[in-house]
Design a protein around this ligand. Sequence first.
Ligand code: UD1
Ligand code: MG
Length: 461
Amino acid sequence: MALNVVIMAAGKGTRMKSAAPKVLHRIAGRSLLDHVVHAAAALGSSRTVVITGHGAERVEASLAGSTEGKGARFVRQEPQLGTGHAMLQAVPALDDANETTLVLYGDVPLIGTETLRKLVAACAGRQLALLTIELADPSGYGRIVRDGSRVRAIVEHKDATAAQRAIRETYTGIMAGPTALLKRWVMALRNDNAQREYYLTDVVAMAVAEGVPVVAESAASEAEVAGVNSPRQLAELERAYQLALAHALMDAGVRLADPARLDVRGTLTCGSDVEIDVGCIFEGTVHLADGARIGAHCVIRDTRIGEGAQVQPFTHMNQAIVGARAEIGPFARLRPGADLGPEVHIGNFVEVKNSTLAAGAKANHLAYLGDATVGARVNYGAGSITANYDGANKHRTVIGDDVHIGSNCVLVAPLKIGDGATIGGGSTINKDAPAGQLTIARSKQMSFAGWKRPKKTPKTT
Ligand code: UD1
Ligand code: MG
């Protein structure tokens, strides 16, 4: 869409009591600013201008690393003399070819694309469109002053009369206006008010004076126009965001044990009949296929989980693939490159990294599989590990089908174990083991018939 989007992000955020610039605090794993940039991109903004000030370098660098943010232009506002002054800095960066300019706040992260679409449509490049909301407690906010049904002005709380303070319709800070008019009006702003600030809101009275229609659109919810000023508000919006997401998942048929105890920091897609117990965190891109069940308190990142797979509580997965009907956990750890076939079992305190396990392979207790290729139906005993690292390089362990690895084995890579081989418990294996045979590598057990335990010598003094 031919649209300028200006995002105000110069404020300090004193009440966050943090060294980080306010707009870099996170909701659902992404910065507040990133959420707003995402909303602008979803609208099809052709020119996004971010106004930075406090922590400008960090804020600018954060967007350079994001797909949607890297095309943004930055203007610096130093010092910060109000929202009108902020907008004035953005004027040279606006694209005159875009009839409409939309103003957003970098600390209002949950603004909805649909709401913004309506606001931009209401502006239509000709009118000044304000996003407003009725609040039970409007104190602190700019009030929408009307004359009959027509908007006349926005009056800041500190400048308002007692009668104006009784107005519950407030300005959210978000507006869309004709680019050329906004530019002219912003350049004419003055700071003769209670706070000695340049108020962007004064453009409303200017529009009215010139006979440019001012229209108000109402926000869909308080959460979508809520700003973040403190850690409490940040946490409140995090919950609002997560609850909306949980509701969407449930509406699609996902059974959540408790929608209030789910955190998705990325994209979670689910097939049918998926169940998720309490306290799980999903990060990056996660897919749960039909019938997958996730136990309590799992942390799962960038992973695909197959049909009917069961993940028991307290399991951690990062960049893994879990096959159909696999059983994982409790307390399992799948690290990047863990690729588990159907019906694989990974039990408690088992770590798998950069390894493929074919159908039906099992490692049920206290084990490590790193840089390994494991055949079908392998039984990998308790306490066994691949010694995949020689201090300089990583090496592979290849285990054939139907192999039985006893308990407490050390498989020193590079190593091949043939199909159907059995490795005796407690063996340290550093040479290839042939198929179909029993291989043991440990000292032989001996018994000494005449051996006596030493006796305590009696004290002589
Ligand atoms: C502003 C509106 C008020 C509205 C409220 C909604 C004005 C004059 N008032 O209040 O009508 O009800 O938002 O929250 O616009 N910022 C800058 N540079 C500045 C000042 C602010 O970038 O010089 C940014 C802040 O970082 C923040 C946003 O603009 O993201 C709003 O600033 P804030 O001080 O919170 O709002 P008010 O001016 O109090
Ligand atoms: Mg202010």
